[in-house]
Design a protein around this ligand. Structure first.
Ligand code: G5P
Ligand code: MG
Length: 223
């Protein structure tokens, strides 16, 4: 499907709610570029850039990276994309970040994955990640074809340093305190769409149908 106008979307939800998983399905189905703040930060940590070295302890402790650093990083990346339709995953995460984004871009829709915390805690300890691409696996839900190996590249999978039970609890607290107010911010703007459930495979058809409707109604398309 080729969109006739630029479409800008955000995906939100607590840590482990399936943002990365659903983003993968959205980008496969629709022509949106996936921009994940967590993937960008982890790429910096992995490459030992100055930013990565500075932010590693913050990420590993389950705390948010300072707003100014984050907004500069993501807005710079979005600018570099030019006139492209995108899906932002993990940003904005505070009201200050949402305001910084809205200063430059108007967001068409915000998909909110509302998954109970109890469901999430079990998932994250069995997550395996391919760092260069951000592809995620789960030993129960979507295991890789070969244990410990990315399906596409054959490269090694790793467990994230912030997926320990203690850090997951801190990340959930940070979400409650700093990110939940962003949902209200977007609700007031009339762009928030919430999808509730405990299984991605049951949530996904609703997200897909919603985006189809949104894109057909607002953008039209040519196949
Ligand atoms: P991230 O990288 O943005 P989080 O904590 O928001 O990290 P995370 O952990 O990446 O979110 P997700 O993307 O929502 O989770 O979930 P996922 O990876 O798709 O799915 C989680 C697991 O569940 C996977 O193993 C998946 O296979 C499995 N799964 C999915 N669906 C199902 C299902 O239906 N059933 C089962 N059984 N399993 C399923 O941010 C990381 C850190 O970076 C910094 C912060 O320090 C943050 O903590 N950061 C920022 N700081 C400030 N501002 C920002 N904007 C920041 N962005 C990042
Ligand atoms: Mg993610």
């Amino acid at each position: 499907m080729v969109l006739q106008r630029i479409f800008r979307a955000v995906i939100m939800g607590p840590p482990g709610s399936g943002k990365g998983t659903v983003s993968g399905r959205i980008t496969k189905t629709f022509q949106l570029k996936h921009v994940s703040s967590g993937d960008i930060l982890r790429a910096n940590v992995n490459a030992k850039t100055e930013l990565g070295l500075l932010m590693k302890s913050c990420i590993d402790q389950g705390q948010l990276v300072p707003d100014g650093v984050m907004s500069r990083l993501i807005l710079g990346d979005l600018r570099a994309l030019g006139n492209t339709s995108w899906l932002l995953d993990g940003f904005p995460r505070t009201v200050a970040q949402a305001e910084a984004l809205e200063d430059v871009y108007s967001v068409d829709t915000v998909i909110n994955l509302n998954v109970p915390f109890q469901t999430i805690k079990q998932r994250l300890t069995s997550r395996w990640t391919h760092l260069p691409s951000g592809r995620v696996y789960n030993t129960d839900f979507n295991p890789p074809k070969v244990v410990g190996t990315d399906d596409v590249t054959g490269e090694a999978l790793v467990q994230r340093d912030d997926d320990t039970p203690v850090t997951v609890m801190r990340r959930l607290k940070a979400y409650e305190n700093q990110t939940e107010p962003v949902l209200e911010y977007f609700r007031c703007k009339g762009v928030l769409a919430t999808f509730t459930g405990t299984e991605t495979n049951k949530i996904w058809p609703h997200v897909e149908a919603f985006l189809h409707k949104k894109l057909f109604a607002s953008a039209g398309n040519i196949s």
